[in-house]
Design a protein around this ligand. Sequence first.
Ligand SMILES: Cc1ncc(COP(=O)(O)O)c(C=O)c1O
Length: 414
Amino acid sequence: MRFSSRTAWDLAETRLARGLRERRAAGLEVLDLTASNPTRCGFAYDEAGILAALGDRASLTYDPDPRGMRFAREAVCRYYAERSAQVEPEQVFLTTGTSEGYGWLFRLMCDAGEEVLIAAPSYPLFDFLAQIEDVRLVPYPLVYDHGWQIDFDGLREQITARTKAIAVVHPNNPTGHYTKDAERRELERICADHGLALIVDEVFLDFCMSSQAVDPPTLSREKTSRDQDGAPGSFAGGEHPCLTFVLSGISKIAALPQMKAAWIVAFGPQEEQHVALARLEVVADTFLSMNAPIQCALPAWLAGCSSIQKQIRARTQTNLRNLDQILLRFPAITRLEVEAGWYAVLRVPALGNDEDLAVRLLEERGVYVHPGSFFGFAGEGWLVVSLLTPEEAFRRGVERICEDCGGAEQREQD
Ligand SMILES: Cc1ncc(COP(=O)(O)O)c(C=O)c1O
């Protein structure tokens, strides 16, 4: 069999994955600072409520709608209404994951070899999603200067006749920064000028870190418009001068990644939006991938997500505070600003390759952490730590990272 070239990946186990497997097989301690699965992080879920929502008798009859059951799409509209954005059920497509949503959008817009611009650093799964659809992902740079911002000159240089869309993750993973209002307007201007679509991934939208982290005193840039809780707003709100697709789902919003429910919401100039919706409907109808019990449960899960969100925000804020407390003793290590999301980025003295550092931390210190290269950070000296990690493991893991690469410890009496 000659398999497709699009699946000719290097499937060899990475050194880090091998180290982790061997360490776990040997029964050795692993402080996992890569945690991204909330169902394994010790949060108190409303188990009875989650399961009860699955028992809806409406799921016993099947009346498929390519966009998803209307009452489930109406629940998505309510989610946006609570965030000051008006969405009609006709604009919504339910998918089994944001990942599937990307796949459908790539199929909708791109022929083989066409390009989508994506920020670097960013979430690594995008590479695979694009390759599977024969789409080429082209990175545009983010720069860090008292917070992350889009390098628009760098972005414009990447636009070619093959470019079909610009993707933004708002707030971004793992940098944890929101796209500011002025950046949104510039992105929309570029998309409208070049006939491109804007894809906006908002899976972390609700995980704003704190008012202080969002408006640090050093930031004088224009602030992002806020929803009614004061958190930066969704791209679902406001005007849509270019074709815009907003993606989100319950894997992060309700911390239910196992339930596989997400959505695409389409906005934009009427004619283009109309064609996009009609074509997407054929893509969706071809798969009909949503199952009925999940759609029936979606309204209850969305309505009940504030309790788990509160717990996650409390966890991420506590971990960030503890991280800062530890870093006071290790001035050689700094953390970058975090506005939102589940991760923090550490700048450590770069004595070699980041992957070597991550392997050493695992083998010698029992700390499993992602090197910056995993997310496409340029250069060395970056580690990404998950703020979702249970507090005690997080504190111990960070201590060990600092002892390993933080240089001389600065004690309080120093
Ligand atoms: C930025 C971003 N988008 C999308 C996803 C995937 O979400 P889903 O579970 O809805 O496919 C993730 C998962 O971590 C993510 O970090």
